[in-house]
Design a protein around this ligand. Structure first.
Ligand code: KG4
Ligand code: ZN
Length: 338
């Protein structure tokens, strides 16, 4: 049982293929339950219809476990929050409807959270926390952006991908090699025993702080097709080196753009967010650059890099402080311009 004046927020995240629920009490994360969905593996990517059906199966046990782990009952809640988007519509609808149901039945304030902003708010779960202004490279399966944060709620996107996201570049090149979805963690794993300079892949020359990854996927596809004509076992024999070379291309491209963003903005509090920030080479190299250039670098704990409801709860905590509540009549999924 929590004291009456505690702020107890339930957060629900269902934007893609992870069903997650978290309890945050007075800004402290007390539970973070994540159920991932095996069902997509054999399709090489997330199948939206299957994702929303799996969310429907998972949502009750996941929320129940989040409450129990935090030692909280539904009557103790002060507010309910959920991911408003961006994300897959059918998946978002499951979390949104569930949150709205609790809000309506318990007469609790409802807080809609932007998924992208929430990834960045993962930095405010544990210590040390960045000071503002804060520059964050947000790299996930759906987004690749450089975001300048002036406060917990003011964010400006100063660079973005013009086509695929960095996570897609990992996943799609992995798929070309016959690896299951999601390929990012597997490329990271095999790359550990490979030579990152063995094969050279081009990166796209898009101006300023923007990114493009679609060319890399095509380059890897043609390179492997040609190599397999010479040796049908080329991928199996060279898997570690291919993975290391792809990872090196993506990571060095991301960090080159981040360095440019620091030069242009003068902001030296620099961090990573989103699923790809779980990548060991990206994490290691950001820390190295930070030491060389005297940046203060911030990387969330692994569990808060990929999709999770703790980051939604953290964003909701600050929205609650600002009184940013949603009407039950409001459009649940506004269109985001970024
Ligand atoms: O943030 P997230 O869980 O979901 C989205 O909002 O998209 O990010 C998922 C992405 C996937 O593309 C996955 O392959 C990638 O993050 N990812 C990684 C690693 N772990 C997850 N990519 C590279 N290396 C990793 N260790
Ligand atoms: Zn995400």
């Amino acid at each position: 049982m929590t004291p009456e004046n505690d702020k107890v927020i339930l957060a629900i995240e269902t934007s893609c293929d992870d069903t997650s629920a978290s309890i945050c009490i007075n800004g402290k994360i007390c539970s973070n339950i994540v159920a991932d969905q095996e069902v997509h593996r054999k399709y090489g990517g997330v199948v939206p219809e299957l994702a929303s059906r799996a969310h429907q199966q998972n949502i009750v046990p996941v929320v129940d476990l989040a409450l129990k782990t935090a030692g909280v009952k539904i009557q103790d809640l002060t507010a309910v929050s959920y991911t408003q988007g961006p994300g897959l519509l059918g998946s978002l609808m499951v979390g949104s409807s569930f949150a709205r149901g609790i809000s309506l039945s318990r007469n609790l304030p409802l807080i809609g959270v932007n998924h992208i902003q929430a990834h960045i708010m993962a930095h405010f779960i544990d210590e040390p926390q960045p000071e503002f202004p804060f520059l964050c490279l947000l790299v996930s399966g759906g987004h690749t952006q450089i975001v300048s944060m002036k406060s917990h709620s003011e964010m400006e996107v100063i660079g973005t991908t013009l086509d695929d996201a960095a996570g897609e570049a990992f996943d799609k090149t992995a798929k070309i090699m016959g690896l299951p979805y999601p390929g990012g963690p597997l490329i990271d794993k095999y790359a550990k025993d490979g030579n990152p300079l063995k094969f050279k892949f081009p990166d796209s020359r898009v101006p300023e702080l923007n990114f493009s990854f679609s060319g890399l996927k095509t380059a890897v596809m043609y390179f492997l097709q040609d190599a397999e004509k010479e040796d049908p076992d080329f991928i199996v024999k060279n898997l570690n080196d291919i993975c290391a070379s792809i990872q090196h291309t993506i990571v060095s491209y991301l960090l080159r753009k981040l360095k440019l963003a620091v030069e242009q903005t003068g902001i030296t509090n620099v961090g990573l967010a989103g699923g790809v920030s779980a990548n060991s080479s990206l994490r290691f190299n950001l820390e190295q650059i930070g030491k060389e250039k005297s940046w203060d670098t911030f990387i969330p704990d692994f569990q808060y890099c990929t999709d999770n409801a703790a980051m939604i709860a953290m964003a909701a905590h600050y929205l609650y402080e600002g009184g940013n509540f949603q009407s039950l009549d409001a459009v649940p999924f506004p269109r985001y311009d970024y």
